[in-house]
Design a protein around this ligand. Structure first.
Ligand code: UD1
Ligand code: UDP
Length: 358
C-alpha cells in the first residue's frame, strides 16, 4: 500500500490539506501520515481547523514554532528527516509556501523521496518575501507540481520546469469553500457575537511580515482603516497583536478587533462583508468565492487573475489615504465572472495524479 507523508504547520495548510486528506480517505488503498511541524500552535491557529474540517489528529507534532526563519526551518528539517527515515513514505506532500513547506520538501528530497507540491508556481517576483524564497526552492526540488492556475503553469514553464511534472488541478481552496463554506450560514453565530450587520462592515486581516513588522506600515494600515468610513472587523493574527503591543500602534475606534476565528466563522464573516481588505493569499481568493470585492494591502499579488477580472485591487500599504480611498471606492463594485480556480474538484485531481485514476 502506498504511503504518503503530508507536512502541515501553518493555518492555511490545515485548510488546504483538509480536502486532499478527505479525498485520500475516500479513495482508500493508501496510508497518510500527517505530520504537524508545530509552526502554528494556538488553539485558534491550529486545533480549531482539525475540529471543524474533519482532519485526523496528526501522527506527529514536532512542536517547532515561534523561531526566526533559519532556526525554525533548520529544526523542522532535522526533525522531519527523522520522521521520514522512520516512516519511509513513498511520497512527501507539501502545501503552499511556509517554512514548514520548505523544511518538508528539503528533508524529503535529500532522502530521495519524491516531493509533491500543492499550490506550485505562485510567484510575487518579490524576493524580499520569505514565502517567495520558499516557493521557488520547493518548486525546483519537487517531482510533481500541482499548479492551481494558468498563471502558475506559465511561471513554472518559464523557470524551465518540465511540462510532464506540471499538473494544472485548480485550487484546492475552492474545494474547501464549496464543501465547508456552505455550512457557515447555518452553523456560524459570529455576526451576532461581534454585533455586525451583513453588508455593513469591512472584514480585514493583516499578518504579512513586511506589513506587520514595520511599525510605520502597520500604522498607515490602521489609519487607513480608521478613515475608510465603515466599521472594520479584524480577526487579529498573533504576529499582528504582538507587533501592535510592541510598537504601541494606535487602533482607531471603528475597528472591532477579535481573536482569530475558525474556518466556518471566517467564511461567514467573508460572505457577509461589504468588502474585504487583506494581505492574506487565501483570503483574497475567498473574497472572490464569496463574490465580495477585495483590496489587497501589498505591493503585488500572486493571484493576478482576480485583479484582471476586476474583483481585487492591489494597494501598496504605505499611504493611509490611498487605503481609505480604495476601500470607499470599491465597496459595491463587482468584477467579471469566470472560473480561474477550476471546478471545485482540485483535490480529486491531486489524488488522482498521486494514486492513479480511481
Ligand atoms: C506564517 C507563514 C506565512 C503564512 C502565515 C499564515 C512563513 C515564513 N510564514 O506566517 O507565509 O501566510 O503563517 O498565517 O512560514 N504566533 C503565535 N501563535 C501561533 C502562531 C504564531 O503566537 O499559533 C506568533 C509568534 O509570536 C510567532 C509569530 O506569530 O513568532 C509569527 O509566526 P510564524 O509562524 O513565524 O509566521 P506567520 O506570520 O504566522
Ligand atoms: N482564516 C481563518 N480565520 C482567521 C483568518 C483566516 O480561518 O481568523 C483562514 C482563511 O479563511 C483562509 C486561511 O485562514 O482559509 C488563510 O490563512 P492566512 O491568511 O493565515 O495565510 P495565507 O493564505 O496568507 O498564507
Amino acid at each position: 500500500m502506498k504511503k504518503i507523508a503530508t507536512v502541515v504547520g501553518a493555518r492555511p495548510q490545515f485548510v488546504k490539506a483538509a480536502v486532499v486528506s478527505r479525498e485520500l480517505r475516500r479513495r482508500g488503498g493508501v496510508t497518510e501520515i500527517l505530520v504537524h511541524t508545530g509552526q502554528h500552535y494556538d488553539d485558534a491557529m491550529s486545533e480549531v481547523f482539525f475540529r471543524e474540517l474533519e482532519l485526523e489528529k496528526p501522527q506527529y507534532n514536532l512542536g517547532i514554532g515561534s523561531l526566526g526563519h533559519g532556526a525554525m526551518t533548520g529544526r523542522q528539517l532535522e526533525a522531519l528527516e527523522r520522521v521520514f527515515v522512520d516512516e519511509c513514505p513513498d511520497i512527501v506532500l507539501v502545501y503552499g509556501d511556509t517554512n514548514s513547506t520548505l523544511a518538508g520538501a528539503l528533508a524529503a528530497v535529500k532522502l530521495h523521496i519524491p516531493v509533491a507540491h500543492v499550490e506550485a508556481g505562485l510567484r510575487s517576483f518579490n524576493r524580499r518575501m520569505p514565502e517567495e524564497i520558499n516557493r521557488v526552492v520547493v518548486d525546483h526540488v519537487s517531482t510533481t507540481l500541482f499548479a492551481p492556475t494558468e498563471a502558475a503553469v506559465t511561471n513554472l514553464r518559464r523557470e524551465g520546469i518540465s511540462d510532464s511534472a506540471i499538473h494544472r488541478t485548480g485550487d484546492v481552496m475552492y474545494d474547501v469553500a464549496r464543501y465547508f463554506g456552505q455550512r457557515a450560514a447555518t452553523e456560524s453565530r459570529i455576526l451576532k457575537m461581534v454585533g455586525a450587520t451583513p453588508g455593513q462592515y469591512v472584514l480585514a486581516t493583516i499578518h504579512r511580515q513586511e506589513n506587520v513588522d514595520d511599525p510605520s506600515t502597520l500604522q498607515s494600515i490602521m489609519e487607513g482603516f480608521g478613515r475608510c468610513g465603515m466599521r472594520v472587523v479584524l480577526p487579529m493574527h498573533p504576529r499582528t497583536r504582538k507587533q501592535i503591543a510592541e510598537a504601541g500602534t494606535a487602533v482607531p475606534d471603528n475597528l472591532t478587533i477579535i481573536d482569530p476565528v475558525g474556518y466556518i466563522d471566517m467564511s461567514r464573516l467573508e460572505q457577509c462583508a461589504a468588502l474585504i481588505a487583506t494581505d492574506s493569499g487565501g483570503v483574497q481568493k475567498e473574497a472572490y468565492f464569496a463574490q465580495v470585492p477585495c483590496v489587497t494591502l501589498r505591493e503585488e499579488t500572486e493571484w493576478v487573475e482576480l485583479v484582471e477580472l476586476g474583483w481585487n485591487c492591489v494597494v501598496p500599504p504605505r499611504s493611509a489615504e490611498a487605503i481609505a480611498a480604495a476601500i470607499r471606492e470599491r465597496v459595491g463594485s463587482r468584477g467579471v465572472s469566470a472560473s480561474p480556480y477550476g471546478d471545485g474538484h482540485a483535490a480529486g485531481a491531486v489524488v488522482g495524479r498521486l494514486l492513479g485514476p480511481g
